[in-house]
Design a protein around this ligand. Structure first.
Ligand code: BDR
Ligand code: CA
Length: 306
């Protein structure tokens, strides 16, 4: 099994990605580090606890950053609800965070002691992954790849040219993109192709208590619309790892704007080579939406196995 660390800000689409990872027979989730993003650090930590308790998967939770490196917190509770995971009456958590160390120290502990190379997944702002890169450069050789949902090929969903995960912490995104790690990215537009239509949600609802829970969260999620299709952005990260064949991926240079007063955090995905800089990432430019829906349903069905 591939060892995996997930840096996340649950978040309804984060919850889907986490559940898929936890029930995949190909992955072993070693650590989940919530951070401030969609909602505050307290709330993303509590949501991780609620989710893992509900799924009966007591994986290590180590909370990370409570704000971006330079910018103030700008949340997305309008999309995910006030709690960040509105819509389902989760029972009180039985899994608790480990606060004896920082998220970055926990990442180091996993990566430095892992026999197999670790896959790092970033589906929130990149603050903690950037700090990890900064503090533990010697660990980078033991990272297999860094798989991100973030950035945009064109316009944004956070600012005119910025996507939420990259735009909320531009300096962190820059540190990550300049790290030299092997990076694969599912940008915003691909998330918009991979829409979850009502028929797909109805299939997911069939999968026992987890299906029910996701159906209720989906009914409240404002990433897209329940009727015309939900944007299940973060699930794409698991798609890139578990079913890459459904994507078109291209190698390119991704530069991060940090200076622009109105464009800081914009990801310049230089598909045409204007910048004349070496490739530093593989970017998904398309996904087959039908294959994605089938894969998503199959992946979530794993949560309902005896
Ligand atoms: C990203 O922003 C967040 O709201 C989602 O959870 C996802 O990680 C999409 O732009
Ligand atoms: Ca997220």
């Amino acid at each position: 099994k591939r060892p995996v660390i997930i840096s996340t800000d649950p978040g309804i689409d984060d919850a889907v990605a986490i559940a898929i990872a936890l029930f995949s027979d190909q992955l072993e989730v070693k650590l989940i580090s919530p951070l401030a993003g969609n909602v505050s650090l307290e709330k993303t930590t509590f949501n991780t606890q609620r989710l893992l308790s509900f799924l009966e998967k007591p994986v290590a939770i180590v909370p990370g950053s409570r704000k971006p490196l330079l910018y103030p917190v700008r949340d997305a509770s309008g999309v995910h609800g006030k709690t960040g995971m509105d819509g389902y009456p989760f029972p009180e958590p039985t899994v608790f965070p480990d606060t004896s160390k920082t998220a970055v120290e926990a990442m180091h502990d996993v990566v430095a002691h892992s026999d197999a190379k670790v896959t790092l997944v970033g589906i929130g702002p990149l603050t903690d992954i950037a700090l990890f890169i900064h503090l533990y450069p010697q660990d980078l050789a033991n990272i297999d790849e860094l798989v991100l949902m973030g950035g945009a090929l064109g316009r944004g969903n956070f600012g005119v040219l910025t996507e939420f995960n990259f735009g909320s912490d531009p300096e962190a995104a820059k540190i990550v993109m300049d790290s030299g790690l092997k990076i694969r990215i599912a940008p915003m537009e691909v998330g918009r192709q991979a829409k979850v239509m009502p028929e797909t949600s109805a299939k997911i609802k069939e999968f026992g208590k987890v299906g029910d829970m996701f159906y209720d969260l989906f009914s409240r999620y404002r990433g897209g619309s329940f009727k015309t299709g939900l944007h299940m952005y973060d699930a794409l990260s698991m798609g890139l790892i578990l079913n890459p064949a459904m994507f078109t991926e291209v190698e390119t240079h991704v530069a991060i704007e940090t200076q622009g007063a109105m464009t800081a955090g914009a990801s310049l995905m230089d598909l045409r080579g204007y910048l004349n800089l070496p490739n530093n990432a593989t970017v998904a430019t398309d996904v087959d939406s039908e294959q994605f829906s089938d894969w998503l349903v199959a992946a979530i069905s794993q949560t309902n196995q005896p």
